[in-house]
Design a protein around this ligand. Structure first.
Ligand code: AMP
Length: 210
């Protein structure tokens, strides 16, 4: 079974993904992480995604994500997708690639939050550069032994970039959500509730297959 997680930035996809991987033994693939790694050695990718808050072209994104999957999940199954596909055209590229092995995206989970909550959560997100641990200054502050001044903010979590990313989400991912809804493979969950409650709902949907 392959699962796609969709939701605006800050909807808690990463948090839910960690729990899902633990329970269902899925292989987690997060396009943002793959592209940020690629940006370290590619100034064009770095400018687009980190400085300008734009999306990378579909073909490059598709190649970077599927190259990794071909190495690490060649059976093309048991994958939890986060951040890719995020448009109808990316979905079609992936659907073709999966269908070569008789696979597909079986279920899409959409975690919904308001734009206001999204901006609030992203602005408060900080990362510990020594171990990659993610904190939220409001909802999940670091423990006392961690110096707040040593934490860093992702460049694309700054206000101007956040706005652009949310606009893109609406424009680009909106049509994909409509399409998946029409296909009957979409499960919508409210993301402004406690993590455990959201998780329970998602986990039930996976066990029931919808
Ligand atoms: P994220 O952590 O998912 O918000 O991704 C960080 C940035 O990477 C995004 O703002 C985009 O610039 C780029 N990115 C991630 N996933 C994709 C994708 N599926 N297609 C195009 N660009 C992407």
């Amino acid at each position: 079974m392959n699962i796609l997680l969709i939701g605006p930035q800050g909807s808690g996809k990463g948090t839910q993904a960690q729990l899902l991987v633990g329970e269902f033994g899925l292989y987690y693939v997060e396009s943002g992480e793959i592209l940020r790694a690629a940006a370290k050695s590619d100034p064009v990718i770095d400018r687009l995604i980190n400085k300008e808050g734009k999306l990378l072209p579909d073909d490059i994104t598709f190649r970077l994500v599927t190259d990794k999957l071909e190495r690490e999940r060649p059976q093309r199954d048991g994958i939890l997708f986060d951040g890719f596909p995020r448009s109808v055209s990316q979905f079609e590229l992936l659907d073709d690639w999966l269908s070569q092995m008789g696979k597909k995206i079986n279920l899409t989970i959409l975690i919904e939050i308001s734009e206001e909550v999204s901006v609030k959560r992203l602005s408060a997100r900080r990362i510990d550069p020594t171990n990659g641990k993610i904190y939220n200054l409001v909802t999940e502050p670091p423990p006392p032994e961690v110096d707040i001044n040593s934490l860093v903010q992702r460049e694309d979590d700054k206000p101007e970039a956040i706005k652009k990313r949310l606009e893109l989400y609406k424009q680009v991912t909106g049509p994909l959500v409509e399409r998946l809804d029409a296909a009957g493979t979409l499960k919508v969950v409210g993301g402004e509730r406690p993590i455990e409650i959201i998780y329970e709902e998602i986990s039930k949907a996976i066990k029931n297959g919808h």
